[in-house]
Design a protein around this ligand. Structure first.
Ligand SMILES: C[S@@+](CC[C@H](N)C(=O)[O-])C[C@H]1O[C@@H](n2cnc3c(N)ncnc32)[C@H](O)[C@@H]1O
Length: 195
């Protein structure tokens, strides 16, 4: 893994508009494909360094900025993998090509998140939620029901401040279930929790 090449790619992606671009799908989904803010990437990287997860799941790939910060935190690329879910097939292909060029252990799983999660196996030690905010709660429930996450899993979720209304059900779950969590006041708000 060539750290300099990854940092260069991050610099290019950080130069993309933070407003992102709008998307709409044939299944009626629509929203904004906007990347994490500049204050969030190094936090993601640090959490991976500190927790040394073996399997990471990201929901919402876009152009790969957050996935590249996550990969920068990996200490041994032979021992840790990142699966990242993206429903737009062109974006998924483009991001996979970007990851392959960098030779990083990131696999883009193309499809609607709930369908993809439904087909996953094993367990993940860290999950980063960053697709539709109103879907965080149902994605969390499916991950739990399928046994893909459990005690000790680290959960991260972006936009829990600037789009709090859409995440309310998700956020309440952490309070109601007494799950250790904190919200870092980044520009968008990053939830950090441990199951
Ligand atoms: C906010 S962007 C992700 C930004 C990315 N994490 C980053 O920081 O570079 C959300 C992405 O998730 C995708 N997406 C939205 N809803 C989805 C769903 N239900 N299933 C799969 N992908 C979805 C969108 O196409 C978009 O590319």
């Amino acid at each position: 893994m060539n750290l300099m090449k990854i940092e260069n790619q991050i610099e290019i992606l950080e130069g993309f508009s933070k407003k992102g671009e709008s998307y709409s799908n044939t299944n009626g989904s629509f929203g904004w494909r906007n990347p994490i803010r500049q204050d969030t990437g190094r936090i993601l990287q640090s959490i991976v360094i500190a927790s040394n997860p073996k399997r990471i799941l990201e929901i919402g790939t876009a152009h790969g900025l957050s996935a590249l910060y996550l990969v920068l935190g990996i200490s041994d690329i032979n021992k840790t993998t990142i699966d990242t879910i993206e429903f737009d097939s062109d974006v998924a292909l483009d991001s996979q090509a970007r990851f392959d060029l960098l030779n990083v252990p990131i696999k883009v799983l193309q499809g609607e998140a709930m369908d993809v999660i439904g087909k996953l196996n094993g367990t993940y030690e860290l999950v980063f939620f960053d697709a539709q905010k109103s879907h965080y709660f149902q994605q969390l429930n499916l991950l739990i029901d399928k046994g893909l996450i459990g005690k000790g899993t680290i959960l991260l979720a972006d936009n829990v401040i600037d789009r709090k209304e859409e995440c309310n059900e998700f956020l309440n779950w952490f309070i109601e279930n007494n799950i250790t969590h904190s919200i870092i006041p980044t520009e968008c708000g990053l939830l950090v929790a441990t199951l």
